[in-house]
Design a protein around this ligand. Structure first.
Ligand code: GAR
Length: 208
């Protein structure tokens, strides 16, 4: 049984999708938020999952926050740490500690649109396709080996709300899929690239 800790900052719909996928061989050991009022905490608690808050505003700097966060994570001895809408930049020391077992979902087709406000920036750039990426976390922000991506069309008349909703629906498909592959020991890292054994097309194309 693989132990998984999920970190959130808000709504937690991606965490919810992973929990509801009920992945064989995986146990969600804890859901941890850096914000006390994160909506997702109530869902996790209602599922009987251990929850914790490590409030970043209580720490002097990133290093102190990351050390406190790691201490809470490590109580659960996780095989995998999942960033599901966790909106804090993590220090290289923290990332190193979980190398190869720390994954993130980012709402764009990386390496395009790293950082924040990805949907608005995609609209402003006039791209015709957009999407979301699950990747291993490395010290550099929104980089790291890509595990799975989903592509969605950008439609005429889209605003940020419409585009983000289209992307979010795909996040809820690909994030549990990535976790499932990892739990099945099918994902390996080959330099800057992740490989998924036995999967010819580790991407999802949604036609309009
Ligand atoms: C998701 O769209 C996720 O891709 C994004 O935050 C949202 C969280 O939604 N993550 C980032 O922007 C990370 N830089 P959720 O709380 O409902 O899962």
């Amino acid at each position: 049984m693989k132990s998984i800790v999920i970190l959130i900052s808000g709504r937690g719909s991606n965490m919810e999708a992973i929990v509801q996928a009920a992945i064989p061989g995986a146990r969600i050991a804890a859901v941890i938020s850096n914000r006390p009022n994160a909506g997702g905490l109530a869902f996790a608690a209602a599922q009987g999952i251990a929850t914790a808050v490590v409030d970043h505003t209580a720490y002097a700097d990133r290093a102190a926050f990351d050390a406190a966060l790691a201490a809470v994570i490590n109580r659960h001895a996780p095989d995998l740490v999942v960033l599901a809408g966790f909106m804090r930049v993590l220090t290289p020391d923290f990332v190193r500690q979980y190398e190869g077992r720390l994954i993130n979902i980012h709402p764009s087709l990386l390496p395009s649109f790293t950082g924040l406000h990805t949907h608005q920036r995609a609209l402003e750039a006039g791209v015709r396709v957009h999407g979301t990426t699950v990747h291993f976390v490395t010290a550099e922000l929104d980089c790291g080996p890509i595990i799975i991506q989903a592509v969605v069309p950008v439609m005429a008349g889209d605003d940020e709300a419409a585009l983000s909703a289209r992307v979010l629906a795909q996040e809820h498909r690909i994030f549990p899929q990535a976790v499932r592959w990892i739990v099945e020991d099918r994902v390996s890292i080959d330099g800057s690239v992740a490989r998924v054994a036995g999967v010819r097309e580790p991407g999802v194309l949604i036609s309009p």
